[in-house]
Each structure stands twice: as C-alpha cells, then as structure tokens.
Design a protein. Structure first.
Length: 370
C-alpha cells in the first residue's frame, strides 16, 4: 500500500513523472486565509483572492481575473501556506492588489486554453524570425498565451539592455494581441524547456523551483565534491541548483574541524591530509613512504595534541585502509577514447598472426582459444 503523497502528479505540463506531495497530509487551512497560489505554464506562479469562498484544493483548475481579461491556471496552495508564501515572495504585500478567483474552470475554459497553447509554437517561430529581421541582439525563448488568447508573454534572453519598442509594435501588428516582454536567464530557460537531470528525475527548475540565486563554486568545494565543470553543470550550463540543498549541513559539520589540517607526526613517519569526509567526520591521510588510511576527527585531534608535546604516537588498529570505491577516477572526456582501445586490440590480434615463409599465417593458440 503506497502513501497518499506519492499519488500527486504534475498536470500543468502534462508530465508523466510522479512527484511526492509533502503537503498532502496537512490539514485544510482554507478557512484561515482566502489567498490562493495559482500556477500557470512552466513555473510561473501568481497569487489571487478567493472572495467567493469557492471550495478549492490543490490541483483544481480555476479561472482568475487579469487586467484585462482572464486566465486559466492550477491551484497549488491554499489557506495559511498560500498566505505565507505570498508574504515571502511579494515585496510590500500590503500594497499588492490581489485579483479575484472567478470560478472553477469548465470544459469551455479548458478548450480555450488548449487552443491558445496550440498557437504558441507558430507564434514563437515567427517571433524569432522578426527578431532576426530587425537585427536585435536577443533570443525569444518561449511564448505563453493567456487563457483567453488576447495577450501573450514573450520570454527573451539577452546579455544587456535591448531597445525593443519597435519590436513590440511589429508584434502587435503581426499577431493582433497584447504583448508583454519578460527577460529571463539561462536557468529560467532550462525550466521552460524542461528535461531530465543527472539524478534521473525531472529538472527542479521545471517542476517546482521558482527562485533562482547565484551559485558559487565554493558550494562544491565546501562539500568535498569534484571541481569538474562537466559534473557540476546542469542542463542550463551553469552550476546545479541542487549544490545548495545540503550546503548548510556541510557548513555546520565543517565547524567541528580545525581551520587548517596539519601534517601528523607519527612513529612510522609523517602523514599528509588528503581528503575530508565532513559528514562521517573522517580524514584520509597519506604516509610519506606510501600508504593511505582513515582517521576519525577525534583521533586526529588527539594526535595533534600529542605532537604539540613532542610525542609521535603509534597508530592503533582503528585506521581504515583506502577502499577502491573512494578513489576519484579522472574521466577521459575525449570522444575518441574508445577508438584507441579498439586500435590496441586490433594490434594485439595482428601480432598473434605470425606469417610463414610461404605466406600462410601461423595461428597462435593460447589457453585453449584461437
């Protein structure tokens, strides 16, 4: 029997990947607040007020008021949690005007939304052509039509400021709708396009993450991860957002370690620090004469105190040998790395065929195989 949280499925983007709903078992708090969080295409979320006290729950499709017209979206939060998110995400929430929720969507509303979605791809292709014709240094990443089909948001990427006043006029004449231009970054573009991450799950930026912060390479170094850009880069080409998920845990664990790991003076010789496991509180050391072993953080602190008194202690039987699966293997990222293996195998096979004086080869039989 599976838990109820596993049954939630993201229906906004028609995804088939199940996401665990951590909020499924929380009690209904819609009576505590009339604020509703509504999700639209990709990860765009806005907040509305349920003035008519409509019975809403997560996953309901609703029609909301916009200025002007209306839009169709999916309810993601209600009640106390929606109001909490509203105060966290919106600056000056006291001065922010919340539009009302009209009603739950009908078949006619969903049909109109589907028609609007079908217009997005051809409009995006034509919009890109117009940008090229005007010679603007920008890229149209995506187009999102409103539920009533009277307005569209054009998401664009640009390195600097772009004067698109003439572009908006051309768009308005070409498509006959209201135009809104919204600049996005590489992370937002990856969320709009979507995909599967190296973890095997849907990208966080396309499923639930809406806020994107700058991520430094120090986040990977503090967690003892490989500094390889190939491993650390996400679908957007920048550092993965998930590097920040466990960073606070590693920073807290890092406080127990000394600021600088010293060379240990042991009876067998000096040992240099090689690698640190902050969660297991272990440090890997390498002997100057060869050999690798692990010591706990407390053992390291005890040895440092003995070294300060001029004592070179013997290591007991608690040290751990270096395991093969802890070794970091440097990957050869060249495309022809497999071709070299094939060429070497072909050379070995040719060397086994030794020619006779009459020109017929001698087949060398080794270990019962030809």
């Amino acid at each position: 029997m599976s838990c109820t949280g596993c049954s939630f499925n993201s229906t906004v983007n028609n995804l088939s990947i199940d996401n665990y709903n951590w909020l499924n078992d929380l009690p209904d708090t819609s009576d505590q607040s009339d604020v509703v969080e509504v999700k639209f295409k990709s990860t765009r979320k806005e907040y509305y007020r349920n003035t008519d006290k409509i019975s809403l729950k997560r996953g309901d499709k609703v029609v909301v008021a916009t200025s002007p017209g209306h839009d169709v979206g999916e309810v993601t939060l209600t009640g106390y949690l929606a109001e909490k998110q509203f105060k966290l995400k919106i600056r000056n929430p006291e001065n922010y005007k919340l539009n009302p929720v009209y009603r739950k969507s009908t078949l006619s509303d969903l049909s109109g939304l589907e028609d609007a979605r079908n217009r997005e791809k051809p409009v995006m292709i034509r919009a890109r052509q117009i940008v090229n014709e005007l010679g603007l240094d920008m890229k149209i990443g995506d187009v999102e039509f409103r539920g009533d089909g009277k307005k569209a948001i054009f998401y664009y990427l640009a390195e600097g400021r772009v004067d698109f006043r003439e572009l908006i006029k051309v768009y308005a004449r070409e498509f006959g709708i209201l135009i809104e231009m919204k600049q996005i970054g590489a992370r937002q573009e990856a969320g709009i396009v979507g995909g599967i991450g190296s973890c095997g799950r849907e990208l966080c930026c396309s499923s639930w993450r809406t806020d994107f912060k700058s991520i430094s390479s120090n986040a990977a170094l503090k967690q003892g991860l490989s500094p390889s850009a190939l491993k650390m880069a996400g679908a957007c080409g920048k550092l993965k957002c998930c590097l920040m998920y466990e960073l606070d845990t590693y920073i807290e664990a890092h406080r127990d370690f000394p600021n600088e790991l010293l060379i240990l003076e042991l009876a067998k010789g000096n040992a240099k620090p090689f690698k640190t496991d902050y969660l297991k509180k272990e440090i890997c050391y390498i002997m100057e004469g060869g050999g690798m072993f692990y010591l706990s953080l407390q053992q390291v602190k005890d040895i440092i105190q003995k070294n300060k008194r001029g004592i070179r202690p013997e290591i007991g039987g608690n040290e751990k040998p270096k395991e093969e699966n802890h070794m970091e293997v440097k990957l050869d990222e060249r495309i022809d790395r497999f071709d070299k293996v094939k060429r070497n195998l072909q050379k070995k096979r040719r060397s086994k065929l030794k020619p006779k004086k009459d020109g017929n080869p001698i087949v060398v039989i080794k270990n019962g195989f030809r």
